[in-house]
Design a binder for this molecule. Structure first.
Ligand SMILES: C[S@@+](CC[C@H](N)C(=O)[O-])C[C@H]1O[C@@H](n2cnc3c(N)ncnc32)[C@H](O)[C@@H]1O
Length: 255
């Protein structure tokens, strides 16, 4: 039976492909976060920092930012990516469920729906309170979440890449089960390396996530010590969220 510790592992092949597919600075969330965080006076924390995709452009923009992650492979890639750019790598190993810092932050950010990996409702509330406790009063929390319907719609996908040495890298996602009451889904993400038509490496990532309703998450934030909750759709500040948006960004202030 998979547990919180063995689910969502981000192993070595998954981490390798993450870096190829989503290098530092990629995806449309980066300019959105940069624009919001540039004026922030004080340190920023990125939980589940991964390979540094978001951390690196923030460091390059002059922000003081640090992060933690549960995966050794993602952290190794993050340190290497920072080193390649002559940047410090202010990252450490920790989990949403147990991270602890001596200091408080001006902002805590969770891009690309990573917060869904805290898939138990009560634990998610504990993590939100832990975020609040690590923020200065008035500090900013930014969390991306997929819309609730993504729990059913992103059911199957196959993608491929070519590695630098010519290997074919392949990813296949299959939705295995959903629990509409707990609002969770469990997927099998299979990562493969093929060389000259032979499978030479494969990795199975069992991924479990919790999906939230818009108002439900706003209420969760308020219950956990946040105020001034705002919601944006598809990284657009100029209009209210729409039902057709794929992702929501929640912003809230620590009370
Ligand atoms: C989609 S990646 C996001 C990485 C980075 N934040 C970004 O924007 O590219 C998700 C990350 O969450 C991490 N993760 C998954 N479960 C975690 C947990 N319980 N605690 C800390 N990190 C976790 C994974 O190791 C992975 O690096």
């Amino acid at each position: 039976m998979p547990t919180q510790e063995t689910l969502n592992p981000y192993g070595s092949l998954c981490a390798e492909i993450y870096d190829i597919d989503k290098p530092a600075g990629s995806l449309s969330d980066v300019p959105f976060y940069l624009a919001r965080l540039k004026g922030i006076a004080g340190p920023i924390l990125e939980p589940a920092v991964g390979s540094g995709r978001m951390l690196i452009p923030l460091l390059e923009a002059g922000c003081e930012v640090e992060g933690f992650d549960a995966s050794d492979h993602m952290l190794e890639n993050c340190r290497r990516n920072c080193q390649a750019r002559g940047l410090p790598a202010p990252v450490r190993k920790a989990r949403f469920q147990d991270f602890a810092y001596e200091r408080r932050f001006a902002a805590v950010i969770c891009p690309v729906s990573t917060f869904t990996f805290v898939f138990e409702f009560g634990e998610a509330l504990d993590v939100l309170r832990r975020f609040r406790d690590h923020l200065e009063p008035g500090g900013l929390l930014m969390i991306d979440l997929p819309v609730l319907g993504a729990m059913w719609t992103d059911a199957h996908a196959i993608r491929t890449w070519t590695a630098a040495n010519g290997d074919l890298l392949r990813f296949e996602n299959q939705l295995v089960e959903t629990d509409p009451l707990a609002q969770t889904s469990l997927s099998h993400m299979r990562y493969e390396r093929w060389r000259e038509g032979r499978l030479i490496e494969s990795e199975l990532e069992v991924m479990k996530g919790r999906f939230w309703g818009r108002e439900e998450f706003a209420m969760a934030l308020e219950r956990c010590g946040f105020g001034q909750v705002q919601v944006f759709g598809n990284y657009n500040r100029a209009r209210p969220p729409r039902s057709t948006d794929r992702g929501l960004t929640f912003e809230a202030m620590a009370i």
